[in-house]
Design a binder for this molecule. Structure first.
Ligand code: NDP
Length: 469
């Protein structure tokens, strides 16, 4: 493998310290990316020593456990193998204004081998940095890694895509959705396409509804700067949960080659739309003061840095239809909330009842369910059997499996794809635009006030929409 240089633009920021560097540390510790040079860049007046300390800290226990907390799954670990320490010891800091082509030229002059440029910048600055890069010669094979949110709607995503296409070919653009680096999310593929028993019943004939839920105990946790401008719909549903929907609904690709896999995902997302009018198929709400796990949480509107007038939702829910031959008629509920009492992170596929349960079998009436948990990683199947006791009385049972996590945290998995030039786990240009197209009617209805902003006390389970029948 040729030597590579990872340039992090926005290296003094939160994403770099909490998620990106711990992911990189895990990747290096696992023996990937030999010969990596790491360069940090931002306008801060740091030097190599200060940046190296940041890298060491984030590779170490502190960074790893912070990332774990945020990802809601991984136990504390240290990524301080010699290979990781060596990269940290040689890391360079180049003070850079990423909107200035001269600064960028100087920065790229430091590249050794091929280059990976990670935009860990505020979204508006990312667009300006891409414009500035138009005036700079990029080393051959340079890969560009972009964070969410990718644009603010389908038009701005298309503009950013057009800009990126002038810099490098699409295969060299990696739009990060770190949920696609989560082991359970990837397990959906194995579960569906490497078994005979599930796939034949995953269709409208057998499935009543699908829920993809990411409700968390975490509240704002000091992240108003980012979150108050994003909200639950853009932060979770437009990005991560739609990717999960695509994995649950896509047809099997012939191979896992990036082009085929991404084509199959794109097909179902193009067929996905809001179930009905935003007034009945979307819900937005914001938490008020309440108790959560013994903590007293303030009203979201009173959190430091929040502009209450913006009306940002901390809980969003939408109901979607997937108009394919396989799924037409099945409602998909996508939901995510902060400061919710019951932390629930799972996809639940609820099956239709049997056409008839023989007279005489009695006592239990729960629908069959396949539940895929995203933290902790978990799989469960709920169904009915004749349990002990009365032989004709039905009992509900659950078959459960906990499976270990992958070797790498999600950002490690994402970076592995980038360094090995494999865009399979990144979001393609057309898909990024489709994901905005799907939620745009909701955004417009919310802006116009057609859907009121509801409230829920922190620690409660929050409101929900009735599923269409
Ligand atoms: P921060 O505000 O914490 O960091 C932004 C970084 O960009 C800082 O290092 C800042 O340094 C730098 N920067 C800003 N303007 C310039 C400039 N003109 N030239 C060079 N550097 C500049 O943001 P986050 O790290 O939280 O987020 C970064 C990206 O990651 C965003 O797109 C966000 O949406 C995304 N993201 C963040 C997550 C998180 O948990 N934080 C999770 C998922 C995605 P300085 O201003 O000093 O130069």
């Amino acid at each position: 493998m040729t030597d590579q240089t990872l340039i992090i633009l926005g290296a003094s920021g939160d994403l770099t310290a909490r998620l990106l560097l711990p992911g990189l540390g895990a990747l290096l510790t696992a023996g990937h990316v030999p010969g990596l040079t790491l360069i940090g860049a931002a306008t801060d007046d740091w030097d190599d020593a200060r940046w190296r300390q940041r890298v060491h800290d984030s590779f170490g226990a502190h960074g790893a456990s912070a990332a774990a907390e945020s990802a809601g799954q991984r136990p504390p670990a240290t990524y301080t193998a010699p290979a990781a320490s060596d990269v940290a010891d040689r890391a360079r800091w180049v003070r850079t204004d990423v909107t200035d082509p001269d600064d960028l030229r100087r920065l790229l002059g430091e590249v050794h081998g091929s280059a990976v440029i990670f935009f860990a910048l505020p979204p508006a600055v990312t667009a300006k940095a891409c414009e500035a890069l138009l005036g700079v010669d990029l080393p051959a094979g340079t890969r560009l890694v972009l964070e969410k949110p990718f644009g603010t709607g389908s038009a701005s995503a298309a503009e950013l895509n057009a800009l990126l296409s002038r810099l490098v070919p699409e295969e060299q653009v990696h739009r990060v959705d770190h949920f696609l680096g989560k082991s359970t999310v990837l397990n959906i593929l194995g579960l569906r396409f490497a078994n005979r028993i599930f796939e034949p019943v995953l269709d409208a004939m057998h499935v009543e509804s699908v829920e993809i839920v990411f409700d968390e105990n975490l509240a704002l946790e000091g992240r108003a700067g980012y979150y108050d401008k994003a909200g639950a719909l853009a932060d979770m549903i437009q990005s991560h949960l739609l990717q999960i929907l695509a994995l649950i609904t896509m047809e099997a690709p012939f191979t896992m080659a990036a082009a085929e896999f991404r084509d199959r995902k794109a097909d179902v997302l193009r067929a996905t739309r809001l179930w009905d009018d935003p007034a009945t198929s979307s819900l937005r709400a914001r938490y008020t003061a309440g108790d959560l796990d013994g903590r007293k949480l303030p009203d979201y509107a009173d959190e430091p840095g929040v502009d209450a007038a913006r009306g940002t939702e901390t809980l969003a829910e939408i109901v979607l239809a997937v108009d394919t031959w396989r799924w037409a008629g099945v409602p998909f509920r996508l939901r995510s909330g902060k400061a919710v009492g019951d932390s629930r992170k799972e996809a639940v596929i609820t099956f239709k009842r049997p056409p008839r349960v023989p007279d005489g079998l009695h006592g239990c009436d729960q629908p069959d369910r396949l539940r895929i948990g995203f933290g902790p990683d978990h799989l469960a199947i709920d169904f009915n059997i004749n349990g002990p006791g009365d032989p004709f009385e039905l009992d509900p049972v659950t078959l459960e499996a906990d499976f270990g996590q992958g070797d790498l945290p999600p950002y490690g998995e994402v970076l592995r794809g980038v360094f090995s030039d494999d865009p399979t786990l990144s979001v393609r240009a057309d898909t990024a635009e489709q994901c905005w197209r799907i939620v745009e009617p909701v955004i417009e209805a919310w802006h116009s006030g057609a859907v009121p902003l509801r409230e829920y006390p922190a620690g409660s389970s929050g409101p929900t929409l009735p599923l269409p029948r």
